[in-house]
Design a protein around this ligand. Structure first.
Ligand code: HEC
Length: 500
């Protein structure tokens, strides 16, 4: 009976009781209440404007903010194509949009188009092997996608079907790892309960063709965002703590995901504090809960996270990720509503404010959802309340970036340009090259460690033929990689055309 009551309270509380109760006790102001009611009713906030950006938003010194795109209700997850266009998922309208690269330099996408619609609540999106992968609430599907034109070139085909999407946390996030495998996160049906479908509240891994699905981590309540630290390859995932245990408990989490581990939900919260409603873990003899790597403040709702390439940024951002805190809906004073930076330091993980101002004394104008870094080095932040995408730039990196032309001049360093360059689909090749670069761990020697052999500005030193020669016959300690000719070309295109 107790569990049933908790379940009912959780659902009803989530939907209605809390804000009204808070209003009745006078602990929440009316604009926060309006926001909460808007969010629950699926309404959107007022669109942002230049004056609001000027007055309310704050970034660390040297960074600047611009409203990149608006009129995108319920903008959620983002992915850049190799051509520099931005893919955006909108679960509530069932579509994936494409924001065309700002080639004309007016600070906004050159066009906004629908890539595919009629989907069931799509959230997670990624590009791999020439496909656009989409996580709908009940299945994963993919379609061939041409990064040069920004269009699908084939039918959308379901790959893995039959996921459950009942209850509260129905969205699914997917992302390809540096190992070239597909990772999928699923949230719980409830606030706190035992799930019937064992795949809920886990992270799973599949082959790119959708086969060999496996649960690799359990006990995650709602890990909407995850990414791999480029310097170590470690996988980190955000997780939203449970509700109805007060304003300040439990913390939301950042977990370091290791295969086979159990991350506590629903029996433990935060640093493995037993849950007051659930009683002891019946499987306690078989599993130990893993404590979070970092705790966010309670109810901050961390969603998308991304490790950023901070070259060109000021000191202090060397090993950093940005995380969007969607913000609390059930706290007596709203909290979160900002983008924070996490810093991996000798003392552990430190959290600092990055972009604040979505909430100004309870007057809420936005809710950040996802963070992506463009090929131009700028940071893009989606906001599903204002229906907007913001763009953050730092100093010198704020330069217009152009993707490789589809038929480029051969590198001036190639005395005889290779024949295959003529007419090659360079953006698509660069994308596959980027995946190979991640897959084969090139980063471990070329970007990480004490004294990495940097490949920046490679185009000033090597031509296409020379890069392929290095890959065919590398000098020790660089190993020979099992790459066929097409893959060597793809790596060369990636290495010689990426922005430094
Ligand atoms: C075990 C470490 C290691 C790994 C892994 C590695 N490299 Fe290297 N690589 C090196 C070293 C060291 C050099 C410099 C060798 C020399 O002195 O000529 C090098 C040189 C290069 C060069 C020539 C750079 C220049 O400026 O002349 C290219 C291109 C290159 N690597 C690409 C790659 C790619 C692509 C991968 C992944 C498929 C990769 N490397 C993986 C260690 C590594």
């Amino acid at each position: 009976m107790r569990k049933l009551l908790i379940g009912v309270a959780a659902v009803v509380g989530l939907l209605a009781c809390i804000p009204l109760a808070l209003l009745a006790t006078g602990t929440i102001d009316s604009s926060s209440l309006r926001m909460i009611l808007n969010v629950m009713a699926g309404l959107d906030g007022p669109p942002p404007n230049a004056a609001a950006i000027e007055q309310r938003f704050k970034l660390p010194q040297g960074f600047s903010l611009q409203l990149y795109a608006s009129d995108l209700p319920k903008a959620r997850f983002m992915r850049f194509t190799a051509g520099g266009d931005l893919l955006l998922s909108r679960p509530h309208s069932g579509d994936i949009m494409l924001l065309r690269r700002d080639a004309d330099g007016d600070g906004h996408p050159d066009a906004v188009e629908t890539v595919i619609d009629g989907l069931k609540r799509p959230l997670g999106i990624d590009l791999f092997g020439g496909y656009l992968y989409i996580a709908e609430s009940n299945r994963i599907g993919r379609a061939t996608f041409d990064s040069a034109t920004g269009k699908l070139t084939g039918d959308y085909v379901p790959l893995v079907e039959g996921f459950t999407d009942n209850g509260t946390h129905w969205s699914k996030t997917l992302r390809f790892g540096p190992d070239g495998q597909l990772y999928l996160a699923q949230g719980t049906t409830c606030n706190v309960c035992v799930e019937e479908d064992a795949r809920r509240n886990t992270l799973m891994r599949f082959r790119p063709d959708g086969s060999a699905g496996k649960i690799i981590a359990t006990g995650l309540r709602n890990s909407v965002g995850f990414d791999w630290a480029p310097w170590s390859g470690e996988l980190y995932a955000t997780d939203n703590g449970r509700d109805l245990l007060g304003d300040d408990f439990p913390p939301c989490e950042l977990n370091r995901i290791e295969e086979g581990r159990f991350y506590g939900w629903p029996y433990y919260n935060g640093d493995n504090v037993p849950d007051p409603d659930m009683g002891p873990d019946p499987l306690a003899a078989e599993r130990e809960p893993t404590a979070p790597a970092h705790g966010f403040r309670a109810h901050n709702a961390p969603l998308g996270m991304t490790f950023v390439d901070t070259s060109g940024w000021p000191p202090g951002y060397e090993h950093a990720a940005l995380v969007a805190l969607h913000g609390s809906w059930n706290r007596s004073t709203p909290d979160g509503y900002k983008v924070v930076s996490l810093h991996w330091t000798d003392k552990g993980i430190e959290e600092r404010d990055f972009l604040t101002g979505f909430n100004q004394d309870g007057d809420i104008r936005g809710r950040p959802v996802d963070v992506a870094q463009g090929p131009d080095g700028a940071i893009y932040i989606s906001d599903d309340y204002a229906g907007a995408i913001y763009r953050v730039t730092y100093g010198a990196r704020d330069t217009a970036w152009s993707p490789p032309a589809s038929t480029p001049a051969a590198s001036r360093l190639d005395p005889t340009p290779p024949d295959w360059l003529a007419g090659a689909d360079l953006p698509a090749m660069a994308e596959r090259g980027a995946a190979l670069y991640g897959f084969h761990g090139c980063r471990s020697c070329h970007e990480e460690g004490e004294n990495p052999k940097l490949l920046t500005r490679l185009q000033d030193r090597l031509g296409y033929n020379a890069v392929i020669d290095v890959l065919k016959a590398p000098q020790s300690p660089m190993p020979v990689f099992p790459l066929d000719e097409a893959q060597q070309r793809e790596l060369a295109v990636f290495l010689l055309n990426r922005p430094d």
